[in-house]
Design a binder for this molecule. Structure first.
Ligand code: UD1
Length: 384
């Protein structure tokens, strides 16, 4: 069974790692890894391969950045050549990025079955590029692996036959549980002068809030971005903020000249004794260590809502909706929208000790990849 596994952007790497590992345990499976290079920077891509022990991709597509149409089309053109050359029995895609839909669509057109891991998640907000990618990928996939019950319900409402849907748990959490201990050994706190022994760190400022923001609706739109920055500006009066910055956010800050109004946004990179530490994006292990040690996470990421739930760290999601409702129903996540006051209020509640602890969602137990590979193998052997 020849399987082409696709990665393209940062959130894909931690999802594919446990699947490839699991496939390698089965001699009947020949897994290949294709990297579209939607993300290509050292700290958006290579660091993750190193941290996660991912094998070097067998094929790189060299696609890079561009408009949505450009990026998606480039992936399709390059991926079609790969499919024609390798003739796999299956293409496996994860998540909801442009590389996901591009490779799923190319495969479906060549009648190569598609497995979608993390299927069925819906924000019901079609202004999000990821929502379009999710709906379309699911519509043409043959095996749909869901992380939470809402995914199954959404797919059934969209007319996907139950026989194609499998509630298997969360591969991202497989990776988290596997690497948690290793991440604990990361020296990132020392590097940022956040460890308790650091001379720079006075007792009052040992706590920190971890912030990540990269959604176009938050950082490309100046009004929304300013509302969030106003909240952060207030929160930093109370507690130190650590903000690893996505390249799209950094270029917006420069383009919109936001550093004139918020000079702290550009004032440091590697961590000094500041209230507001801006850094380059971190690798996986450093980032997990930072989540674990933070008093609160403020984010607009999808995956971080899940990681904070499992690490039982309070999370405020700066969005009006989430495609991962279980993180609010069971986990530590609270949706705060882009409202300055709401963000400040909820952050202060947490800082004053009013924390949501939550529970771990069903099947987020470290065995999702094992379930997925077993189902794919059974299906393949049944048909052989
Ligand atoms: C993509 C995904 C998003 C995911 C996010 C994680 C889509 C539609 N969006 O958004 O779902 O949450 O990745 O990061 O696929 N850039 C670099 N270096 C890189 C990669 C990007 O400088 O290695 C810059 C480029 O200027 C690029 C911009 O970031 O134009 C945006 O990158 P892109 O892949 O288009 O989207 P993301 O915002 O990263």
């Amino acid at each position: 069974m020849k399987v082409i596994n696709v990665v393209g952007a940062r959130p894909n790497f931690m999802k594919i790692a446990p699947i490839i590992n699991e496939m390698k345990k089965h001699p009947e499976i020949e897994p290949l890894l294709v990297h579209t290079e939607q993300h290509y920077d050292e700290n958006m891509s290579k660091l993750f391969f190193d941290d996660l022990g991912l094998p070097k991709p067998d094929i790189f597509l060299g696609v890079g950045s561009g408009s949505h149409a450009e990026q998606t089309a480039k992936v399709m053109l390059e991926f079609e050549k790969v499919l024609v050359r390798y003739k796999p029995n299956l293409t496996l895609v994860v998540g909801d990025v442009n590389s996901t839909i591009a490779c799923a669509l190319t495969s479906a057109k060549l009648n190569i079955p598609v497995a979608h891991v993390e299927a069925g998640l819906r924000s019901f907000d079609k202004t999000m590029p990821e929502e379009i990618n999710r709906i379309l990928t699911d519509a043409i996939s043959d095996h749909l692996f869901v992380t939470e019950k809402s995914g199954e319900i959404n797919l059934i409402k969209e007319g996907i036959p139950q026989s194609k849907i499998h509630f298997v748990g969360n591969v991202m959490i497989d990776t988290l549980l596997k690497h948690k201990e290793k991440a604990n050994g990361s020296h990132i706190l020392t590097k940022l002068h956040l460890d308790r022994g650091s001379k720079l760190n006075d007792t009052a400022k040992q706590e920190f809030v971890l912030v990540t923001l990269h959604r176009p609706s938050n950082v490309d739109n100046i009004d929304n971005f300013v509302m969030i920055l106003e909240a952060l500006n207030k929160i930093r009066e109370r507690v130190r903020i650590v903000y690893p910055m996505h390249p799209r956010t950094r270029s917006n800050i420069i383009r919109l000249k936001l550093f004139e109004r918020y000079p702290f946004l550009l004032n440091n990179h590697n961590g000094t004794n500041n209230d507001f530490i801006v850094t380059e994006p971190f690798g996986y292990l450093d980032f997990i260590k930072l989540i674990s040690e933070s008093v609160l996470v403020i984010t607009d990421s999808g995956g971080i809502q899940e990681e904070t739930t499992v690490l039982q760290v309070p999370c405020l999601t700066v969005r009006e909706n989430t495609e991962r409702p279980v993180t609010c129903e069971k986990g530590t996540n609270i949706l705060v929208g882009m409202n300055t006051e709401k963000i400040i209020d909820e952050a202060l509640k947490v800082l004053n000790g009013n924390k949501k602890i939550g529970q771990i969602p069903d099947y987020w137990d470290g065995f999702a990849a094992e379930r997925i590979v077993q189902i794919l193998l059974n299906e393949f052997l049944r048909k052989a």
